[in-house]
Structures are given as structure tokens and as C-alpha cells.
Write a protein that binds this ligand. Structure first.
Ligand SMILES: Cc1cc2nc3c(=O)[nH]c(=O)nc-3n(C[C@H](O)[C@H](O)[C@H](O)COP(=O)(O)OP(=O)(O)OC[C@H]3O[C@@H](n4cnc5c(N)ncnc54)[C@H](O)[C@@H]3O)c2cc1C
Length: 310
């Protein structure tokens, strides 16, 4: 077993990496354990992060790791944390490769995973011409004919939002629409076609969608898709360690720095928010890094006082 580190960061997306940067600059001994499957890995470009608009996800990570490399107290492990035990001051992290780390504080920056609707052809276009977030990819699909694939309240909200980027949208609910009569009427009045037959398949070439075919024989021509995936926690470890969850499955935080309900355990990024954006994740990581450092400094202050007065 290893020395007792100051902090273990599980997850090396923007949240975990920004926490590691702050902790490294604060001279803390840190291990970043990362499986390397960030949520946006299917895309060619990331958008909306000031100074990084249009950057490839791999390049974003490469620059981050290079910059963190200037702080020698931060180490990286390409591995999967499979079990976390212990309490504040001495957590233990076991990995898939069989390594065993000990750390005073723990940060879960494990992100979320998208479960895609089971639609034939969707994985071919995901990240190329089908996306989940108009703030991330709406500009690239502006003014195009778009299919919006979702049901119920989410479909209604999505349709209203995506109109900000293109007014050539059709709503495909892939079976019963789960809308209210009022919502159907609002869509009708605004000229938004509604297709509630099950989707047979998405037709594309080299990842670029050309139409959505429905089981009733209808076909929706489009050159882009927005769809609503189901979001799942990136890892079950926070829940296993006793962290309280919100009704949507995120880990609940008790302050602005990302403290969870378990002492010594912090969370940052998508796992702890519904505002799933790179810059939000990075900011939460930076705050969690500062929170962890503040706790470590307070504990060191107390220990120093005890040592000096004994
Ligand atoms: C298709 C798509 C496109 C997007 N485009 C944009 C965009 O253009 N702009 C934008 O701002 N946002 C975009 N987003 C959202 C953005 O990807 C997320 O908000 C962001 O990645 C969240 O960062 P994070 O650090 O919380 O999690 P992630 O980036 O998902 O990183 C989590 C990391 O933790 C690792 N991990 C999980 N469990 C373990 C474990 N047990 N052990 C070790 N490692 C583990 C994962 O493998 C992963 O590397 C997009 C999302 C999607 C799905």
C-alpha cells in the first residue's frame, strides 16, 4: 500500500483536471485516476469554453495534462477506481489494475454517461450530425432542417429551445408523444410538425444524417438531429461510499465548493450538476480543489498548534 496522499481525484475530465491543477499549485500530493472516457469523446470539436472554442476533446486534455505536469506533486494513473472505502483523513482507493491508494481527501469527478435511445442508425451519426445540447453544437447546425427526437415535457422544452438555432424543425417522438393536448396545440399553432410513429431507422452516410424513417412509412428529411439521452452517473462509487443523491441521480452538494454529505468527500462536474458544460465542470473542479486545500490547511494548522504547545 502507498503513502497517505493529500487527495485522490477520481476522473480526469475538465472537473478532475482543474481540481488537480489547483491542488498541484497548492503543493498537495495528488493522484488523478482516470479511465479516459469523457462524456464528449464522440465529438470532433468542443464549443463555448472561452479561449478553447472549437478545440478537439483530446487536444483539450493534452494541454491540461501538459500544464499540470509543471506541478510535480500531481501524478496520473490510467486506471479505473473500482472500490473506495475509509473515512475523512484516510480513504482507500482500489483500482482495476490492482493498485491501492490512500488519501486524506477524495474528489469524485466521474462525470455522467449517456444512454442512447435504441434507434437503428443513431450511433452512426452521434457526435457527427446528431447531438444532445444546442449550446454545444447548435451553432454548427444553424438554419438546417433538424429532427428533434424526444418525448413528453423534454420534447416540448427541446423544441422551444432549438427554435433559437433553426426554425426548420420536426419533432419525432418515436412512439406515443406523451405530450399534453395543450402542448400539441402550441406546437401546431407554431407550425412544428409532430411525428409520433416509432422510428424505423436513421439514414446517413459517413455520419451525416439525411432522413429519419418512421414505421408508418413517413420520412423526415433532415441534416441534423438533436435527441434526449438518459443520463446515468459515471460511476456508482459516490453512492457506495454513502454520498446522498438528488432525485435526478446527481450527487448532492452541501456548499459551493462541492462538499458531499460524506465528510472529506467532494464532487465536481457533471456528476454534481444538471448544467452539463465543460466550463461549468472545470469551474466546479477548481472550487473543489480550493475546498479540499482549505480543509487540509485547517487540519495542518490545528496539528501544528498541538505540536508546538506539547
Ligand atoms: C456529445 C456531447 C457533446 C458535448 N459538447 C460539449 C461542448 O461542445 N461544450 C461543452 O461545454 N460541453 C459539451 N458537452 C458536455 C461536456 O462533455 C460535459 O459537461 C463535461 O465533459 C463534464 O466534465 P466532467 O469532468 O464532469 O466529466 P467527463 O468529462 O465525462 O470526465 C469524467 C471522467 O471520469 C472518468 N471516470 C468515471 N468513472 C471512473 C472511475 N471509476 N475510475 C476512473 N475514472 C473514471 C471517465 O472515464 C472520464 O474520463 C458535450 C457532451 C456530449 C455528450
Amino acid at each position: 500500500m502507498e503513502q497517505l496522499l493529500d487527495a485522490a481525484v477520481i476522473g480526469g475530465g475538465p472537473a478532475g483536471l482543474n481540481a488537480a491543477l489547483v491542488l498541484g499549485r497548492a503543493r498537495k500530493n495528488v493522484i488523478v485516476i482516470d479511465e479516459g472516457l469523457p462524456r464528449n469523446r464522440v465529438t470532433h470539436e468542443s464549443h463555448g469554453f472561452l479561449t478553447r472554442d472549437g478545440i478537439k476533446p483530446d487536444e483539450f486534455r493534452r494541454i491540461a495534462v501538459e500544464q499540470i505536469g509543471a506541478y510535480p506533486s500531481v501524478r496520473f494513473a490510467s486506471d479505473i477506481a473500482v472500490e473506495t472505502t475509509g473515512t475523512d483523513g484516510d480513504f482507500r482507493i482500489m483500482t482495476k489494475r490492482g493498485d491501492d491508494y490512500r488519501a486524506k481527501k477524495l474528489l469524485f469527478a466521474v462525470g455522467k454517461k449517456d444512454r442512447l435511445p435504441e434507434i437503428d442508425g443513431l450511433t452512426d451519426v452521434y457526435g457527427k450530425s446528431a447531438f444532445v445540447c444546442p449550446y454545444c453544437d447548435g451553432w454548427e447546425l444553424r438554419d438546417r432542417p433538424l429532427a428533434v427526437i424526444a418525448k413528453g415535457e423534454r420534447a416540448f422544452h427541446f423544441a422551444k429551445t432549438i427554435l433559437g438555432w433553426s426554425d426548420r424543425i420536426a419533432l419525432c417522438t418515436d412512439g406515443p408523444d406523451e405530450l399534453t393536448d395543450g402542448q400539441r396545440e402550441e406546437l401546431r399553432v407554431r407550425g412544428i410538425p409532430l411525428f409520433d410513429a416509432p422510428i424505423r431507422r436513421i439514414v446517413s452516410e459517413h455520419g451525416m444524417v439525411s432522413r429519419v424513417e418512421l414505421e408508418d412509412g413517413a420520412s423526415v428529411s433532415c441534416t441534423g438531429i438533436f435527441f434526449a439521452p438518459t443520463l446515468l452517473p459515471g460511476s456508482d462509487l459516490p453512492r457506495s461510499l454513502g454520498c446522498e443523491l438528488t432525485p435526478t441521480g446527481s450527487v448532492a452538494v452541501t456548499d459551493a465548493l462541492g462538499k458531499s454529505s460524506v465528510p472529506g468527500v467532494y464532487v465536481a462536474g457533471d456528476i454534481a450538476t444538471e448544467l452539463n458544460q465543460l466550463i461549468q465542470a472545470a469551474a466546479m473542479g477548481a472550487m473543489a480543489g480550493a475546498g479540499i486545500n482549505a480543509e487540509l490547511l485547517a487540519e495542518a494548522w490545528e496539528a501544528r498548534g498541538r505540536a508546538m504547545s506539547s
